[in-house]
Design a protein around this ligand. Structure first.
Ligand code: FE
Length: 211
């Protein structure tokens, strides 16, 4: 295999990056806060927006959805998303009956081109172990309460296969364009820890009551 990301030893990439970061910071060449800011950008902004566009296109273009489910690596490349950690991508679809949850039990394998860098909780031992032993409890911790008759499938990522969850398209979004839909697709929903809430709409009862 060409890329092994289960290397958690002291000499692994994470340790070497940390050592390099420390050295550069000591020499005054690097501001650790700036590094955190860049990492945060890739975790929450740039990265997951790519995945959101993939999901929105799958929701609005049945032929694209079929291609995505058949070969996600190729379908994602159609939109220009490729790069490290992007090979062997598999898309899995949530439905009323099946909810998919993604984890890397060994470390932090994650589909970078569509989701960016993994969040801290994804890399935590608690998430990695409990996603398998108690997925329903983990979902509850994220505020996701699933009916008992919904089957939860847990997918263990690796250097060979990384997963992208296609969340359910919420009700009330029928008139929205792909661009508008991409705005409501969250990173967490594409890892499978949350669902996407129906967007609040102008003229809805809730909103007009508070206006
Ligand atoms: Fe891993």
């Amino acid at each position: 295999m060409s890329e092994n990301h289960h290397d958690t030893s002291e000499s692994g990439p994470a340790a070497r990056v940390k050592a390099l970061e420390t050295l550069l910071a000591e020499k005054g060449l690097l501001d650790p806060a700036a590094v955190d800011s860049v990492v945060d950008t890739y975790e929450t902004k740039v990265g997951p927006r790519n995945g959101a566009r993939v999901v929105a296109k799958a929701w609005t273009d049945p032929e694209y959805r079929a291609r995505l489910l058949k070969d996600a690596t190729a379908a994602v490349q159609e939109l220009g998303y490729a790069g490290p950690e992007g090979g062997h991508l598999v898309a899995i679809e949530n439905s009323e009956r099946i909810h998919n949850l993604v984890v890397c039990t060994l470390c932090s394998c994650y589909p970078w081109p569509v989701l960016g860098l993994p969040p801290v909780w994804y890399k935590s031992f608690a998430y990695r172990s409990r996603a398998v032993s108690d997925p329903r409890g983990v979902l509850r911790d994220f505020g996701t309460e699933l009916p008992n008759d919904v089957e939860i499938r847990v997918w263990d990522s690796s250097a060979e296969i990384r997963y992208l969850v296609i969340p359910e398209r919420p009700a009330g979004t029928e008139g929205m364009s792909a661009d508008e839909l991409a705005e409501i697709v969250t990173r967490d929903s594409m890892v499978g820890v949350t669902k996407i809430a129906a967007p609040a709409r102008r003229g809805s009862k809730k909103k007009s009551a508070t206006e």
